[in-house]
Design a protein. Structure first.
Length: 128
């Protein structure tokens, strides 16, 4: 069996989580972002990154990416640096290169060894 693929069903491997919007490594965004679908950030965002309500959205912060501001998205994969709070109604995945300064509000979380979090992990019960 494929050692990498079989055991871990990562969010990024899920067919519904296609990247629809790519913010490249040389892009700097000043201001808030509202997105739906798949958003992949390799650059820098100074502002909030918020998924549209009701959308089954996935935010991926790549290893070189930086977000200074809070994140609010159902599904999040963090490999880069986040300065601010993270709110996820479904699932958070922190890879070994993640650096987070802020609190994480989550329902499900997966943290790979090496990830750095300076802040609280706050488990949110499902509302209703």
């Amino acid at each position: 069996a494929d050692m990498l693929g079989s055991k871990k069903s990562k969010l990024s491997a899920n067919g519904s989580d296609n990247v629809e919007t790519l913010i490249g490594p040389h892009v700097v965004i000043q201001g808030d972002l509202l997105f739906s679908g798949g958003l992949y950030i390799e650059g820098k965002v100074h502002g909030k990154v918020v998924a549209e309500a009701g959308a089954d959205s996935l935010l991926t912060l790549a290893a070189g990416g930086v977000i200074e501001g809070e994140i609010n998205a159902p599904k999040t994969v963090i490999s880069g640096r986040l300065v601010g709070d993270l709110r996820s109604s479904e699932r958070v995945e922190l890879t070994e290169t993640a650096h987070i300064q802020g609190n994480i509000h989550y329902r499900l979380i997966e943290i790979t060894a090496g990830a750095a979090v300076s802040g609280q992990l706050i488990h949110e019960q499902s509302s209703g």
